[in-house]
Write a protein that binds this ligand. Structure first.
Ligand code: HXC
Ligand code: NAP
Length: 290
């Protein structure tokens, strides 16, 4: 059954939200829902054709106002231009959703310095470029605002085989919590979302190439036995950027069906024990008393 939108129709009316990586995958799903809730949206990434096609479809689907802007977030000059173009079109910006990312799987010892740096440059430095540019603008104009960063659950656990991404996302989480305190006095809220598996073309092609998607079935790793629905993430993002969440600052909200805790719990593997074996196991553990 399709997941419904959770917020009332005008929940983001009058707000302008900049979404990096907003032309594809989860960024597009969140941006589309923001448009439905009455926000004006700027989507930014490197590929003009992808952005323009997405913007056209999103405007037709929602009737909302959307501006596509080419911007490589690794380049602070281009991020300045992103702010300028957003202001030129919508006069103000109320929120920044740092969603753009780069990632691929690899044994770490196979990575060149440039491969490692490429991911750090997009995820950590790109997020910092956007946060600094928009944050300085808001502070100079004494404008309250909201920053939402998309991290992952391995931002707090770390993860083998995606080490540059884990290091960068961990940095973004630290940035989120640090600025929640430092910029709270300016009325700027900083929060993060840590999604579990939400299938997208961008992530699945790079993280589960070939038949890895069958072999390494994410559904089996999640206590709820399913992957996430994009609308579930969009509902959470819209809430955190709305005025309903006005007192939430410095929080990271996990939305993963319980996946990371299943991985962490020492005895979670007992899931594999067949139901009828538990009578014998109980007898044995009770005997241990004597
Ligand atoms: C080893 C690799 C590699 C690989 C690239 N490199 N792919 N090394 N294994 N599979 C190396 C290259 O050889 C090069 O190093 C360096 O990385 C830069 O590669 P480029 O292709 O020149 O970089 P660029 O064109 O900037 O592209 C960046 C990219 C690409 C990250 C490599 O995949 C991209 O554009 N990604 C954007 C979208 C994306 O990744 N989406 C997924 C997000 S999913 P040398 O030394 O040779 O020059 C996500 C999910 C988390 O974050 C959790 C899911 C559950
Ligand atoms: P995606 O579709 O590949 O999204 C990544 C986006 O980032 C693309 O639109 C890409 O556009 C943009 N981007 C990459 N490098 C950029 C740069 N240098 N400058 C500007 N934009 C850049 O993958 P996704 O799955 O939707 O991921 C979205 C976010 O969710 C990421 O932060 C990811 O880490 C996070 N996440 C995803 C999952 C999941 O299961 N899908 C789980 C946890 C976290 P261009 O190529 O046009 O630049």
């Amino acid at each position: 059954m399709a997941v419904a939108g959770a917020l009332r129709d005008d929940a983001l009316r009058g707000k302008t939200i900049v979404v990096t990586g907003g032309g594809t995958g989860l960024g597009r799903a969140m941006a589309t829902y923001f448009l439905r809730l009455g926000a004006q949206v700027v989507i930014a990434s490197r590929k003009l054709d992808v952005l323009e096609a997405a913007a056209k479809e999103m405007a037709a689907d929602t009737g909302g106002e959307i501006l596509p802007v080419v911007c490589d977030i690794r380049d602070s000059g281009q991020v300045e231009q992103l702010l300028a173009k957003s202001l030129e079109r919508f006069s103000r910006v109320d929120a920044l959703l740092n969603n753009a990312a780069g990632n691929f799987i690899s044994p770490t010892e196979r990575l060149s310095a440039n491969a490692f740096g490429t991911i750090i440059d997009i995820v950590l430095k790109g997020t910092a470029n956007c946060t600094l540019t928009f944050g300085k603008h808001w502070i100079a104009h004494q404008q309250s605002a909201s920053i939402l960063n998309i991290v992952t659950t391995y931002a707090f656990t770390g993860s083998a085989y995606v080490v540059p991404s884990a290091a960068a996302k961990g940095g973004v989480l630290a940035l989120t919590r640090s600025l929640a305190v430092e910029w709270g006095k300016y009325g700027i809220r900083s929060n993060a979302i840590a999604p579990g598996p939400f299938p997208t073309k961008g992530a699945w092609e790079r993280l589960l190439p070939g038949d890895l998607a069958q072999q390494f079935d994410f559904k089996k790793r999640v206590p709820l036995k399913r992957v996430g629905d994009h609308q579930e993430l969009a509902n959470l993002a819209a809430f955190l950027l709305s005025d309903f969440a006005g007192y939430i600052n410095g929080e990271v909200v996990t939305i993963d069906g319980g996946e990371w805790l299943q991985g962490a719990g020492q005895f979670s593997g007992l899931e594999a024990v067949p139901g009828d074996l538990w009578d014998d196991l109980e007898k044995m553990t009770r005997q241990a008393k004597s």
